[in-house]
Design a protein around this ligand. Structure first.
Ligand SMILES: C[S@@+](CC[C@H](N)C(=O)[O-])C[C@H]1O[C@@H](n2cnc3c(N)ncnc32)[C@H](O)[C@@H]1O
Length: 257
């Protein structure tokens, strides 16, 4: 299933679950409270995020929030922005929500949704930043069609991001960084920076939060790769698909180099 050519995301409803004890979070995530937006309710908010947060502020998206360290940490660091995390797994949605509530954050929500269907969650040009941390690697070649990062994802991000928005990725699976750089070539993005080892080379952006999977990679001694791209104005696109070499001292440049 492709982000630009997807079936509408169909949420699992409580009545779809014959034995709620097999996954109590299907019901629990609906009963949690304001921090969680269930998937069945999310598309109705597509044009209404300012109403949800009670203000108009730069809107940031985190894709695949996992346990929620990054979403909660960034929302805390940036009270001037609003934050939406999208996570497909029910239990993780609740874990994220608990972190948001514990920190008393009013500028963040977690949505139980499929990151391939983000067109139905946000209008074009509405995002001020997108943060992708350790997307599932699907390492085996036979499973690579499950990988989130591809040309369709890059085109989806191009539609949703406003000029000036940053698209940030961190991962211990280097092919994801290379795939994102390649997928953004020819689209209106410039490369801000690339890292092959965030711990050794330093973060590209100053306001980072270590995620759960980033911490696990550290424990295993596996380097974490990162890249940051900035959305340029429409029509100002790069043309080549060649991924750039890592830049120790990043300067903004076209995604083609
Ligand atoms: C490897 S974990 C990383 C979690 C977290 N970002 C971190 O760095 O610790 C990938 C996360 O993406 C979520 N995920 C996978 N596919 C997704 C999709 N299509 N839509 C939303 N979330 C998804 C998984 O449920 C999981 O929580």
């Amino acid at each position: 299933m492709r982000p630009g050519n997807h079936q509408p995301f169909r949420d699992m409803l409580p009545e779809d679950v014959p034995r709620p004890d097999t996954n109590p979070y299907v019901i629990a995530h609906r009963e949690f409270g304001d921090e969680i937006v269930p998937g069945s309710e999310a598309p109705a908010l597509r044009e209404k995020w300012p109403e949800v947060f009670g203000r108009t502020a730069p809107l940031h998206l985190e894709v695949g929030s996992g346990n929620g360290f990054y979403l909660a940490g960034m929302a805390e660091q940036h009270p001037e922005c609003d934050w939406v995390g999208v996570e497909i797994r029910f239990k993780r949605v609740v874990l994220v929500a608990k972190k948001l509530r514990h920190a008393g954050l009013k500028n963040a929500r977690i949505v139980r949704y499929d990151a391939r269907a983000l067109d139905t969650l946000f209008p074009p040009g509405s995002l001020a930043g997108v943060h992708v941390n350790h997307p599932d690697p699907w390492e085996r070649e036979s499973k690579r069609h499950h990988r989130l990062i591809d040309r369709d994802f890059a085109e989806l991000m191009t539609r949703l991001c406003a000029p000036g928005a940053e698209l940030r990725i961190k991962t211990d699976f280097e092919p994801h960084v290379k795939a994102l750089l390649k997928a953004c070539a020819g689209l209106p993005w410039e490369v801000v920076g690339v890292r092959t080892d965030v711990d050794a080379q330093g973060s590209i952006w100053g306001d980072d939060v270590v995620t759960n999977y980033q911490r696990k990679a550290r424990v295993r001694g596996v380097p974490v790769h990162a890249a940051c791209l900035r959305r340029t104005a429409n029509g100002n696109s790069s043309s080549s698909a060649a991924p750039p070499e890592p830049q120790p001292d990043p300067q903004p440049r076209s995604a083609e180099s």
